[in-house]
Design a binder for this molecule. Structure first.
Ligand code: ADE
Length: 248
């Protein structure tokens, strides 16, 4: 999978790309991340990327020309049918809220273009005539889209086949199942005077699976009850939730 990231601060990505999972995915050739400095697509002597807002007001607005040129240069490198399908995603607090479901959706594309906004805004014509999707990573305002782009790359890359050691670890984790993940423990069996739940030491895989499922349901009910409306639960589990709700 290939990510083309348009940014004014390519250096911000170095840490994320040179460590851990992302570094491994890149070095194994599973992922290509190309960083494009928006400033390289300017033509004036000062490499101007922003300008004052029409109508006045605080701050600067990113100019449309370098962003259009950067994206069009990427599009011209690929066959036109592919270019027509290429997602051009703007990172902005005004976008649709990023989720595991959107990460899965994006992971099915062979290539994504991510545009990192900066300053107070971006010329609206970029939104209207270039961008195909707008994504926010949460209801807060960052200094720019770079950290949001890294969040998206991280969440998408770990879903790609071969990136995680074991495909199984994707199956149970929080959000993948529509539930939060069950609690995990490792050695020692007793730390200070806090023991690991006995069932996990029992070797009874049926009981362990049952305990984990119940814990996931209880945890989701306590922390994110709205998620249960969309989780896939059997009748017995629905009844368990009703009982737990009565106890609250
Ligand atoms: N740029 C600034 N804030 C952002 C956010 N919350 N999500 C995505 N991009 C952003």
């Amino acid at each position: 999978m290939q990510f083309d990231i348009l940014t004014l601060f390519p250096d911000m990505f170095q840490g994320a790309l040179s460590t851990g999972l992302l570094q491994r995915a890149v070095s194994h050739g599973l992922v290509v991340v190309n960083l494009h400095n928006i400033r390289d697509y300017t033509h004036d002597r000062h490499h101007t990327v922003d300008d004052y807002p029409y109508g006045g007001g605080a701050g600067m607005v990113l100019k449309p020309e370098p962003i259009f040129e950067a994206v069009e240069s990427l599009q011209s490198d690929i066959p036109s049918e592919q270019a027509a399908m290429l997602p051009i995603i703007l990172l902005t607090p005004q976008g649709r809220l990023f989720s595991q479901q959107i990460a899965e959706e994006l992971s099915r594309h062979a290539q994504l273009v991510l545009i990192c906004g900066r300053y107070e805004g971006i010329d609206e014509r970029v939104r209207e005539h270039l961008v195909t999707d707008e994504i926010s990573i949460g209801d807060y305002v960052l200094g720019g889209g770079e950290l949001a782009a890294m969040v998206i790359v991280d969440a998408v890359v770990r879903l790609l086949p071969g990136v995680l050691g074991s495909e199984e670890s994707l199956l149970d984790e929080s959000h993948a199942t529509g539930l939060l993940e069950y609690p995990q423990y490792t050695r020692p069996p007793v730390y200070r005077d806090w023991p690991v739940p006995e069932v996990l030491l029992s070797g009874d895989h049926g009981q362990i699976a049952k305990w984990r499922r119940e814990q996931a349901i209880m945890r989701t009910l306590q922390r994110r009850p709205e998620m249960l409306d969309r989780a896939q639960l059997d009748n017995k589990e629905e009844r368990l939730i009703e009982r737990l709700k009565q106890l609250r």
